[in-house]
Design a protein around this ligand. Structure first.
Ligand code: NAP
Length: 277
């Protein structure tokens, strides 16, 4: 197999029209003057295997994978990175020259890089992290926080069995707290992360009491519509350093772009503006 002269990449999901990834990758391709295209592809679950077999033959060098295929796609992949195995989901595929497919998960990388870029003095090792939520994104956040050296994660989720599963998968540094008790652990947080969809435009509010939030706590929200979520607004008013979720979306895209198109793109204000336009 030879590399295509105009490499193609894309994002497969269902639905896909809302995805910001084509805008972001298109911006980077233009900025770096590289040949190539990044395309949104609406793929039904039943077609996933056929689509992945065809894509390399059509000039695709890889793709991102989004809802609802992030877990199911793992059965069509030849090799899965350790971090994707730990997270239990794949969001980036590399179609290799030997015909095999590598599956990776860059969400945790994107989460940490966003904090490192926007809160360079933040040291995860200083104290516990409180993580709200135990869905797919929480798994990536927990994996990356543990990897970054947080001493303890206090995890709370509405559905207890999901948080218990994370405790089981990620070990004793994760402690599960009842959702109704969430307000009581906020003051212990050196880092506070919302991984639920609460606070997102059109979704319910995040009702966790924030009275105990200390000004020393770094607060970040995975929700980025709106960019300044009610959680970030309350945290800023209390003097906390805050980091919005858009940066995670931008940073998680970097490893895929670099593998597919051969140059490392930059996450900066221009990239943010391109995605928001
Ligand atoms: P998911 O797997 O569906 O998990 C949703 C989470 O939100 C679960 O913890 C769920 O709790 C909780 N939740 C939903 N409705 C709730 C309610 N009414 N009360 C209490 N908890 C509720 O989704 P996900 O993939 O983890 O994504 C979560 C959020 O992160 C979404 O808003 C997504 O857009 C965002 N995200 C952002 C980025 C980024 O790059 N910034 C990346 C990935 C995800 P239960 O388990 O009890 O249902």
């Amino acid at each position: 197999m030879t590399l295509p002269s105009i490499p193609l990449a894309g994002v497969i999901g269902d639905p896909i029209a809302h995805s910001k990834s084509p805008t972001l990758h298109g911006h980077w391709l233009r900025e770096l003057g590289l040949p190539g295209h990044y395309i949104p592809l609406e793929v039904k679950a039943g077609d996933l295997g056929d689509v992945l077999t065809s894509m390399p033959k059509m000039g695709f060098v890889g793709c991102n994978v989004t809802i609802p295929h992030k877990e199911r796609v793992m059965q069509f992949v030849d090799q899965i990175t350790d971090r994707a195995t730990l997270i239990g989901a794949v969001n980036t595929l590399i179609f290799r020259e030997d015909g095999t497919i590598l599956g990776d998960n860059t969400d945790g990388y994107g989460f940490i890089e966003n904090l490192r870029q926007n809160a360079p003095d933040w040291d995860p090792k200083v104290g516990p992290a409180v993580v709200l939520g135990a869905g797919g994104a929480a798994r990536a956040v927990v994996a990356s926080l543990l990897d970054a050296g947080v001493p303890e994660i206090l995890l709370t989720n509405r559905t207890r069995v999901r948080s218990d599963k994370l405790r089981e998968d990620f070990g004793a540094r994760v402690k599960v707290v009842e959702w109704v008790q969430a307000g009581n652990i906020i003051e212990e947080a050196h880092t506070l992360v919302n991984t639920t969809s609460l606070g997102m435009a059109g979704k319910a509010e995040l009702r966790v009491p924030l009275d105990g939030l200390r000004a020393e706590t770094l607060v970040t929200d995975l929700v980025y519509t709106p960019m300044r979520t009610p959680l970030l607004e309350v945290a800023s008013a209390k003097g906390c350093q805050t980091v919005d979720g858009l940066g995670m979306l931008l940073h998680q895209a970097v490893p895929g772009f670099e593998r597919w198109f051969g140059q490392r793109p930059t996450v900066n204000l221009t990239a943010r503006r391109a995605v928001l336009a």
